[in-house]
Design a protein. Structure first.
Length: 524
């Protein structure tokens, strides 16, 4: 072999060695996360798997199939326009099992009982599967969320509300923590020279004036201040109660001991507030048996001036009121200060949760592929696609907000069904659009809903279990509900209400207190 040939061979061997070394270093670098690394904004549900495998490096991965069962809230069959765009962004194939809302819970329980759950399960909460969760039949994902840029932004308080024994198994679809506030006749207030109520005393004065001071100017005593219904939670009572500083169902002290809301002085203050305005005729006298429809009719027919409930209802109420009286005007108020400061009761913060059964998601690698998929759903682009549709086709940007441009039928087919499989929401997704509203009062309602976040009263029992509550909670609550109505109607006095509390305690309430206290202390 001549020297030139030998030299060429040595050069070729050196080149091969260098290439192999570089390839090895690249493989080590890309595979160091073992398939469980952060998505890093790649937009592909295959990212962790391709990092872990290495055999097909550089080759295009086939779409990863994800099966999911989702609630269908509309009658129309959902269009596939939006899912196809999500699939293209995430390199996935989504197989939907759409189940009508009315039969979803039954279908969910049947699938759970037969072991036929899909890879992704949406549920109202974790109650249906807590025993199975504790038996390790669902993936715990809490420790993994920090690995994903977007999933790591989910609200830790809301995640805790979904927890089982302090561990996180779910993602969630965000809901405003509190929409509650006051809706009132602004034209009546203007007629009487009244400003928006700032305190509980202001609120009572408005309710009085709308009854006694002829707010509609017709010279007749034909109006009342407050319209309410047979609902102590989503009617007026619980919201006003939070203005007075009442805990949200339960309070817990520094030692982890629980106490129900109705044992607090603020609850009695609320009882006296309603007893007073009821006795003076400032609200509908039959409110304990009034339906929501009849409650609304009193407002839109010009008989009542204050409605306390969900602030966004002002849009629907305004439309109905305009049909009866085009000159009437509603507006909204909140941040009502009581003797203990400002507060508003909060829901747990989610509309549904997302779980991943091990019977369908077989490996941790598959779990990470699904989490990478959801991490992409929490990007602004995907979140806006799921919630608003395609810009220029379903909505337009107006004043930096999403203004829908399609009719209701198109929205119900193309966009609204796909809200149900989103996760997160405007509070946790940077760049997610909020809605545009032509009605100023509805736009103000949106601002006040957001402002509620600064004065929330949380329910400390939300992530906890009480066997007594499961077995007898409804019957025990009925004791307090009945006593609350009876006190407001002046059929019992404070001693009578305290007698009802004692009955509640003896029939299982004390056991509930002990169970919640022990469950809370166990996870601290």
């Amino acid at each position: 072999m001549n020297p030139t040939t030998k030299k060429r061979i040595r050069m070729m061997a050196l080149c091969v060695a260098v290439i192999m070394t570089v390839s090895l270093l690249a493989a080590c670098s890309s595979g160091s996360n073992g398939g469980s690394g952060k998505n890093g904004g790649s937009g592909s549900a295959n990212t962790p798997a391709s990092e872990a495998g290495g055999n097909n490096e550089g080759a295009e991965q086939p779409p990863f199939e994800i099966t999911m069962m989702v609630t269908q809230h509309t009658a129309e069959v959902p269009s596939n326009i939006i899912p196809e765009r999500i699939e293209a962004k995430t390199n996935t194939k989504i197989k939907f099992q759409w189940v009508p809302d009315g039969s979803y819970e039954e279908k969910l329980n049947a699938s759970f009982a037969t072991g036929s759950l899909p890879m992704v399960v949406y549920a109202k909460n974790t109650d249906f599967a807590k025993d199975a969760i504790r038996a390790d039949q669902f993936w715990e994902i809490g420790p993994l969320l920090a690995q994903y840029d977007n999933l790591s932004k989910l609200n830790p308080d809301v995640l805790r509300n979904t927890a089982v024994d302090g561990k996180i198994y779910t993602l969630y679809l965000e809901r405003p923590l509190s929409r509650q506030g006051v809706i009132y006749r602004k034209d009546w207030a203007d007629n009487l020279g009244l400003e928006a109520p700032q305190t509980t005393d202001d609120l009572k004065e408005m309710i009085r004036a709308f009854t006694e001071d002829d707010p509609d100017g017709n010279g007749q005593p034909d109006t009342i201040g407050l319209t309410d219904r047979s609902d102590l939670i989503y009617g007026a009572f619980k919201t006003v109660s939070s203005y007075f500083g009442t805990p949200n169902y339960w309070s817990v002290d520094d030692s982890g001991n629980f106490q129900p809301e109705f044992m607090h002085e603020a609850y009695m203050d609320t009882l006296n507030f309603f007893r007073d305005i009821h006795s003076k005729g400032y609200m509908n006298q039959d409110f304990p048996v009034t339906s929501k429809t009849d409650q609304i009719d009193l407002l839109v027919n010009g008989k009542a001036g204050v409605y306390i409930g969900s602030l966004p209802d002002v849009l629907t109420l305004s439309n109905q009121l305009a049909d009866m009286n085009p000159d009437a005007e509603l507006t909204v108020a909140n941040g009502i200060e009581g003797p203990r400061g400002k507060g508003i009761w909060a829901i747990p913060g989610y509309g549904s949760v997302v779980l991943f059964p091990k019977s369908a998601v077989k490996t941790e690698d598959e779990l990470h592929r699904i989490l990478a998929f959801y991490d992409e759903l929490m990007s602004a682009e995907s979140a806006n696609l799921l919630n608003w549709g395609i810009e220029g086709e379903h909505y337009e940007i107006k004043d930096g907000l999403a203004n829908k441009t399609v009719d209701q039928v198109t929205d119900n087919t193309h966009v609204k069904p796909h809200n149900a499989w989103a996760v997160g929401g405007p509070e946790t997704i940077d760049g997610m659009l909020k809605g545009y509203f032509e009605l100023p009062a509805r736009a103000l309602a949106e601002e006040l809903v957001e402002a509620n976040n600064d004065m929330l009263i949380h329910d400390p029992s939300a992530p906890l279990d009480s066997p007594t509550y499961i077995e007898r909670g409804s019957a025990l609550q009925q004791i307090i509900t009945d006593a609350t109505y009876q006190y407001v109607l002046a059929n019992i006095d404070q001693a009578g209400f305290e007698k009802a509390i004692e009955r509640w305690r003896v029939e299982g309430g004390d056991q509930m207190i002990q169970e919640y206290s022990e469950a809370y202390q166990a996870i601290q």
